[in-house]
Design a protein around this ligand. Structure first.
Ligand SMILES: [Zn+2]
Ligand SMILES: [Zn+2]
Ligand SMILES: [Zn+2]
Length: 123
């Protein structure tokens, strides 16, 4: 893996939130343009070191977000931050779909949105 790819993966591993390519580009300490960051993120996804999902909200528009491993997120409609909900708990549900519809499921997304604890405290 090249230095730039490793650095990109490092940024994803340290992040507590999913990051867009632009955000990765802001955080990464190497000198490279955003196109390179995009390319490296795609590569990491191809080899299974990263995963991404598309999310749209009124504030940030539609963006692709990257994380180092599959997990689910809660998006706050007020402060537009993401909360990582930890590892996937959908296996039992997927198993049911698999059996009921005879499917081979390779991908799924689940994004929750609402008001985060910090914002609900503020009222
Ligand atoms: Zn919030
Ligand atoms: Zn938002
Ligand atoms: Zn999942």
């Amino acid at each position: 893996m090249t230095k730039a790819r490793k650095a990109t993966l490092d940024v994803l591993k340290r992040a507590k939130q999913p990051l867009s390519a632009t955000e990765v580009h802001k955080i990464i300490k190497l000198k490279c343009d955003v196109v390179t960051v995009y390319r490296n993120l795609n590569y990491l996804e191809e080899i299974g070191e990263a995963t991404s999902f598309v999310y749209s909200c009124s504030e940030t528009g539609t963006q692709r977000y990257y994380t180092d491993k599959h997990s689910h997120f809660f998006h706050c409609e007020k402060c537009h931050s993401f909360i990582n909900l930890g590892s996937c708990k959908l296996d039992p549900i997927l198993k049911e779909y698999r059996n009921d519809f005879n499917l081979i499921i390779n991908n799924h997304t689940l994004n929750l949105s609402g008001i985060c604890p910090a914002c609900s405290k503020k009222g």
